[in-house]
Ligand binder design. Structure first.
Ligand SMILES: C[S@@+](CC[C@H](N)C(=O)[O-])C[C@H]1O[C@@H](n2cnc3c(N)ncnc32)[C@H](O)[C@@H]1O
Length: 212
């Protein structure tokens, strides 16, 4: 059972194999063109460097993350000072020197709207099956009607040992509707022996865009 406590414990015990120090190459290659100052939502952001990359493109970035450790590590690792305000169950941590904030708390308790764009890497695939549709519905409700979305998804066969969970192409389309398009993919099984498992015939990372 994947609960909030599961994730908090992963951070407490440093089991954060999903984290990459470098900016995600798919993000740099496929981030859509958005206006300067566009409000960008990064759900389940961890302490990802992708937040910084987006802010450096001129976006007004909001990450949402459950773990206070992730938040403290993000600002600490990047030498950023910040201010914190409490809003009900959420804490909003705003960087002093750039247009970037991390909302600490449960994404399902985050109700701001009007985001112009969204970047989801390892977020939808972190959601167990029963929460995946509620997650996408809650995310879509945060976005402006013309919002652009970049999604990085994983799909694999063999043992379903998530998170990350396997989300097949058909499920991506059924969750996101007919505006979602697959724009790139790579079979990690061919590239990295960590994904090689005798039962698996594919372990694909794919990139999807939702464009108005
Ligand atoms: C697989 S990690 C991905 C992190 C980040 N997107 C990245 O690329 O490194 C999923 C993150 O979502 C956070 N998380 C899980 N459930 C959440 C929820 N309901 N609300 C906010 N954050 C959540 C976890 O603490 C974890 O940091």
């Amino acid at each position: 059972m994947i609960t909030n406590e599961f994730w908090l414990e992963r951070w407490q015990t440093g089991r954060i194999g999903f984290h990459r120090d470098e900016v995600n190459p798919w993000l740099m290659q496929y981030w859509p063109s958005v206006e300067r100052g566009a409000k960008v939502l990064v759900p389940l952001c961890g302490k990802s460097s992708d937040l910084l990359w987006l802010a450096n493109q001129g976006c007004d970035v909001t990450g949402v993350e459950l773990s206070s450790l992730a938040v403290v590590q993000f600002f600490g690792d990047n030498d950023l000072t910040y201010q914190t305000e409490s809003h009900g169950d959420l804490k909003i941590h705003t960087a002093d020197s750039m247009s970037l904030r991390i909302v600490e708390g449960d994404f399902f308790q985050f109700h701001e709207t009007g985001f112009d764009a969204c970047y989801d890497r390892a977020a939808m695939v972190a959601m167990p099956e029963q929460l995946r549709q509620p997650y996408v519905e809650h995310l879509l409700a945060r976005l402006a009607p013309e919002a652009k979305v970049l999604l990085v998804v994983l799909s694999y066969d063999g043992e379903q040992s998530g998170p990350p969970f396997s989300v097949l192409d058909t499920e991506v389309v059924s969750l996101w509707g007919d505006k979602v398009h697959k724009i790139a993919s790579e079979d990690l099984l061919q590239l990295d022996e960590r994904y090689q498992d005798s039962e698996r015939t594919f372990y694909e990372e794919s990139v999807w865009r939702v464009m108005p």
